[in-house]
Design a protein around this ligand. Structure first.
Ligand code: ADE
Length: 261
């Protein structure tokens, strides 16, 4: 299994093997099973995700599915029984890759089993509420599907949740898995500096964010709303709440129906 480097000096080797790292680790471990591990590096090493990893709040490992193929051509896919378009990812290859992460003997000793998530357009639609649920796990395995799909037997045996990021079809599960990892990581305590920025923000109690402004005070004849300039904190809070309601009614009235009052 390849772990992302977590220090500047490790970065030149790009990916490094370290089982000791995973034994000592107590944050949330993300494992990505993929045919395209190189797609992940830039995203996982940058910004908040990179920082969270360096600070030991999360760990990321990339597992190349092709390493688990057993034939000389390293075949990972095959045609569907019964005919039909395209190729399917093979159950045996996926299962070997998955088993390389799930430590059954540790699970028997009481270690929580990681949650296995298949990214697919057939899944339940990802949401902030689901991100909150997934942030409570200690390990998540993302299965990044490709081609026309995945042999159903692997799904039946190993997959806990099938998740879609929206009603459109992408070329694979890599980008969706990064979307989930990003949304989940920023909910882990200590990842986002100011906890108020989490509770106040867009969607996290069913309302969109209020409009925000920074210097200059006047830009192209447009002035910052007066209420924000006077330092009256309760007037500001009231204005922001009203703006959140107004925006949500205008742009996303569907959210008001789902809101937890
Ligand atoms: N794979 C292809 N399209 C997808 C989508 N919309 N969501 C999750 N995984 C996918």
């Amino acid at each position: 299994m390849a772990h992302l480097p977590n220090s500047e000096s490790e970065q030149s080797s790009k990916l490094s093997n370290s089982s000791a790292e995973s034994i000592a680790f107590s944050g949330l471990s993300f494992h990505f099973l993929t045919l395209f591990p190189e797609l992940f590096l830039q995203v996982l090493q940058s910004s908040l995700l990179g920082k969270a990893q360096k600070r030991g709040l999360v760990s990321f490992s990339l597992i190349q599915l092709r390493d688990f193929a057993t034939d000389p051509h390293r075949t990972v896919d095959d045609t569907p029984y019964g005919g039909g378009e395209g190729m399917l990812l093979k159950a045996d290859v996926l299962y070997s890759a998955w088993k390389s992460i799930v430590d059954f003997s540790a699970c028997e000793r009481g270690k929580p089993k990681p949650l296995t998530v298949l990214l697919s357009p057939q899944g339940e639609i990802f949401s902030q509420k689901m991100a909150e649920e997934l942030a409570s796990y200690s390990g998540i395995i993302f299965i990044c599907g490709h081609y026309e799909g995945v042999d159903q037997r692997f799904i039946d045996l190993c997959v806990d949740r099938e998740v879609s990021i929206g009603d459109y079809v992408l070329t694979g599960g890599e980008l969706p898995s990064l979307v989930l990892a990003d949304a989940i990581t920023r909910l882990i305590p200590g990842v986002v500096g100011n906890s108020r920025s989490l509770t106040e923000e867009s969607l996290e109690n069913g309302l969109l964010k209020y409009p925000q402004y920074t210097r200059p005070r006047i830009f192209k004849d447009l002035s910052v709303p007066e209420v924000l300039l006077k330092g009256d904190h309760s007037a500001i809070a009231e204005w922001r709440h009203a703006q959140r309601l107004e925006r949500t009614i205008k742009k996303r009235p569907d959210l008001l129906k789902l809101r937890r009052f």
